[in-house]
Design a protein around this ligand. Structure first.
Ligand code: PNS
Length: 157
């Protein structure tokens, strides 16, 4: 069975990669869908986020990466996928994901499977890492080397 793991991935972190790898442990194939939330401001543009995700999962068998150009539910329907997987770190993630999953199920009948975030990666978020990087802090423990290099290049430190 195939599953879609959607997200903004601005940028992709080791926490995201853990969720993708564990989703792949449950489902035979995983499509990582790089989308956008129109209420968010991004550091990386869609093509950059897509390229960083592609590089980060290049050595994971059974994992593909594609951009979401419209609604997530339409992306899933066009590919015949009926399950979405999202990672959950803490209560506020759950509140947000519950709302989104109910909306997506009402829009198309798609099911959402929530995976608890691994303790190894704690509660790190892309937005906190962007904040640390904006102040020239070391985010290398939390992201793959290609992402670290891209963030430093983008911010200029
Ligand atoms: O990492 P994020 O920001 O939680 O990812 C959000 C994302 C990209 C998965 C979500 O915004 C999304 O699915 N965007 C595509 C457009 C869509 O379907 N929006 C309605 C979802 S309620």
């Amino acid at each position: 069975m195939r599953a879609v793991v959607p997200g903004s991935f601005d940028p992709i972190t080791r926490g995201h990669l853990d969720i993708i790898a564990r989703a792949r442990g449950v489902f035979s194939q995983v499509v990582v869908a790089v989308g956008r939330n129109t209420t968010k401001n991004y550091l990386f543009d869609p093509d950059e986020r897509l390229a960083l995700v592609r590089a980060a999962v290049a050595d994971m068998p059974g994992v593909d990466v594609e951009p979401i150009d419209a609604l997530l539910v339409d992306f899933c329907r066009d590919r015949g996928v009926s399950v979405v997987v999202k990672g959950v770190r803490f209560g506020s993630d759950f509140d947000y994901e519950l709302q989104m999953s109910q909306l997506n199920r009402m829009l198309s009948g798609i099911e959402t499977v929530l995976l608890p975030a691994g303790h190894e990666y704690g509660t790190i978020s892309s937005s906190m890492l962007r904040e640390v990087a904006a102040n020239h802090g070391d985010i290398s423990p939390f992201v793959p080397p290609t992402v670290y290099a891209a963030v430093r290049r983008k911010i200029g430190y």
